[in-house]
Design a protein around this ligand. Structure first.
Ligand code: RIB
Length: 292
């Protein structure tokens, strides 16, 4: 069983032909609300592939909260540890132009995921094969969760997004860290190879359609990505993480799990919405067979 500790957002997506510049107003072409939040997205990605997933997080007392909980339930995710809080559910304002995006998150209920909430879920965490985390909940909760996972000897897959609040001191508490190239540079500097060599089999840097890379202790490994026609790249990183979590908890090696996650991420960008294109296991298998 995988436990995801993280954010649950409603994504408010505006599609446009051109991004507005500073001080400029432009007309959008479409407005849509779809489920999102890095935590929820990663939970959905793993569950859709067949993993048993528990979500630890919070929604607000508005209609978004009700919708998002129902969405997680429909995806067969256990939401018994998703708190109902008073006030607003987290939202993400997403500007989408071609397949590129710009995102502003307002945490709302996500800021109420406290260390006490995590403490109350100790047994669930203890019984997890893997805990998956990102950085859209309070930093003190992240620190508490990392300590608890270490104490309980439960491995952590940590996706440092958004990267600003990540603390390198957390590395000994993390089994796999999965920044993208930009996040990696922000956290470890511009020398990716040096960073990878410092954290063998631990630091996995995602490269978008070029796949992902890591250092296995002896050599650098580049696991290829898949060229595809992207409609919306929102949630591609989340799909990678959810799929990696699924694969690694099903006994795959790091290289196999990264390959599997690359395929899942490539499928996810072919449809609109963070969760819209997340594949089922059969879809990944079909693309994998085609890649041989
Ligand atoms: O990673 C994509 C996600 O980031 C979106 O779904 C949005 O909610 C933000 O959290």
């Amino acid at each position: 069983m995988i436990t995801v500790i993280g954010s649950i957002n409603m994504d408010l997506v505006v599609q446009m032909d051109v991004f507005p510049k500073k001080g400029e107003t432009v007309l959008g072409s479409l407005f849509t609300t779809v489920p999102g939040g890095k935590g929820a997205n990663q939970a959905v990605a793993a569950a859709r592939l067949g993993s048993k997933v528990k979500m630890l997080g919070a929604v607000g007392s508005d209609s978004f909260g009700t919708e998002l909980r129902a969405n997680l339930n429909e995806e067969n995710i256990d939401t018994s540890l998703v708190m109902n809080t008073s006030g607003a559910t987290g939202i993400a304002n997403i500007l989408l132009h071609e397949s590129d995006n710009r995102i502003v998150v307002v945490p709302g209920a996500n800021s109420k995921v406290s260390p006490e909430v995590i403490a109350s879920a100790k047994t669930v965490i203890e019984n997890s094969q893997l805990v998956v985390m990102q950085l859209e909940i309070p930093v003190e909760t992240i620190k508490y969760s990392l300590n608890l996972c270490k104490e309980l000897q439960v491995p952590v897959l940590f996706n440092p997004a958004p990267a600003a609040n990540f603390d390198i001191e957390w590395m000994p508490y993390i089994k796999y860290l999965t920044p993208n190239e930009t996040e990696c540079a922000l956290l470890f500097g511009d020398d990716v190879e040096a960073a990878l060599e410092k954290y063998p089999n631990q630091l996995i840097v995602t490269l978008g359609e070029d796949g992902a890379r890591y250092f296995d202790g002896t050599k650098h490994v580049h696991v290829k990505g898949f060229n595809t026609t992207a409609v919306d790249t929102t949630g591609a990183g989340d799909t990678f993480n959810g799929a990696f979590a699924h694969a690694i908890t099903n006994g795959q090696s790091i290289e196999e799990a990264v390959f599997f996650a690359n395929i899942a991420a490539s499928l996810s960008v072919e449809k609109f919405g963070a969760q819209g294109g997340m594949p089922k296991l059969e879809d990944v298998i079909v693309r994998k067979e085609g890649a041989k």
